[in-house]
Design a binder for this molecule. Structure first.
Ligand code: KG4
Ligand code: ZN
Length: 341
């Protein structure tokens, strides 16, 4: 029997709705919020208001593009967290309203699980490559950096996580001090292509096990800039490409070191990446090359599934629906991951 799921994502600054039939994506609509660019970061209050304005047109468009009427939906999947609580509230409240009004069951989704399960989505005209279970997923987003062992779509174990900043945060914060626009990750990715990755040396952490740390790198980046700018005020402008290339390469080396260790110690050879930073072209090339050397099968998400989107929420919702785990009408958002585990 076919299962049709409406996915709703509003955890940060993208309002998104998608329709999925089994594994096949019928529509995926994303309204990105330009309002934050001039502040150099997401302003939670403004994000909530923009979600409020966007949510109805976005859901409406997703249903129309999919050619699906509301009453054909088997369930509404929504991001319960982690994320900004005011942003999450808009999606959660919308899902409740639609669920109660049209008597459609709701399923809650963990945003991070959504990122990982984006690897199971297919497109109407072609199947995408799916990893076999168990696989390892390097989840790299603006708020999280972790290595997850995925035993099944609903059985996941965090093997390692960041003890301070996330990889996306390292990109965004370093971009900010160079005067680059928000979000910094894509801008650094572009500028790095013109630069020398060996021009500067930044600190690498020494962390046991599979955990990550990026605050030392951030500090060493800041000190390099501070000292250099004191001598030559136009230092950043003249060295932008080299700074970006060196920073990006260091972040990738840090990410790969623990991932290689996790693959070796678990013996797992299906390796995926997910989350906003998995759009990074340097990281995609580096994982592919590492995989070729080590006999891994590597899985890179389609670019449209790297940053926040509702398709992945619908995919995770599909599995939750099959478990029969429905959300009750008094459910509330969970800003922190710990509240969801
Ligand atoms: O997964 P995501 O859309 O939102 C969160 O759940 O956090 O990830 C956003 C992060 C931001 O830090 C952004 O700078 C980063 O993903 N990002 C990139 C690239 N595209 C997005 N970082 C590096 N290179 C990129 N091409
Ligand atoms: Zn995300």
């Amino acid at each position: 029997m076919d299962i049709t799921i409406l996915g709703i994502e509003s955890s940060c600054d993208d309002t998104s709705a998608a329709v999925l039939r089994n594994h096949v994506l019928l529509s995926n609509v994303i309204a990105s919020q330009a309002v934050h660019v001039k502040y150099g970061g997401v302003i939670p209050e403004l994000a909530s208001r923009a979600h409020q304005q966007n949510i109805i047109p976005v859901v409406d468009t997703a249903l129309k593009e999919a050619g699906i009427a509301v009453d054909e939906l088997d369930a509404i999947a929504f991001t319960r967290g982690p994320g900004l609580v005011g942003s999450l509230l808009v999606g959660v409240s919308f899902a409740k309203g639609l669920s109660l009004a049209r008597r459609i069951p709701m399923v809650e989704v963990n945003h991070l699980q959504g990122h990982i399960l984006s690897h199971l989505i297919d497109l109407p005209d072609r199947q995408l490559p799916h990893p076999d279970f168990p696989f390892l997923c390097l989840l790299v987003s603006g708020g999280h950096t972790m290595i997850v062992r995925v035993d099944s779509p609903t059985k996941l174990a965090i093997l390692g996580t960041t003890i301070d900043d996330a990889a996306g945060e390292a990109f965004d914060k370093c971009a900010k001090v160079m005067g680059l626009p928000y979000p910094g990750g894509p801008v650094i990715d572009r500028l790095a292509k013109e630069g020398d990755p060996k021009a500067f040396h930044f600190a690498h952490p020494h962390v046991e096990g599979f955990d990550y740390s990026f605050s030392g790198l951030k500090t060493s980046f800041l000190y390099t800039l501070r000292d250099a700018v004191a001598d030559a005020p136009d230092f950043i402008e003249r060295n932008k490409a080299d700074l970006c290339a060196s920073l990006q390469t260091t972040i990738i080396e840090i990410l790969l070191k623990q991932l290689v260790r996790a693959a070796r110690e678990t013996g797992i050879r299906d390796i995926a990446i997910a989350g906003g930073v998995s759009a990074n072209s340097g990281l995609r090339d580096a994982i592919t090359a590492e995989g070729r050397r080590r006999g891994w099968r590597t899985f890179l998400p389609e670019l449209k599934f790297t940053t926040d989107n509702a398709a992945m929420i619908a995919m995770a919702g599909y599995y939750r629906y099959q478990l029969g785990e429905f959300a009750s009408p008094d459910i509330a958002p969970a800003a922190r991951l710990e509240e969801l585990l």
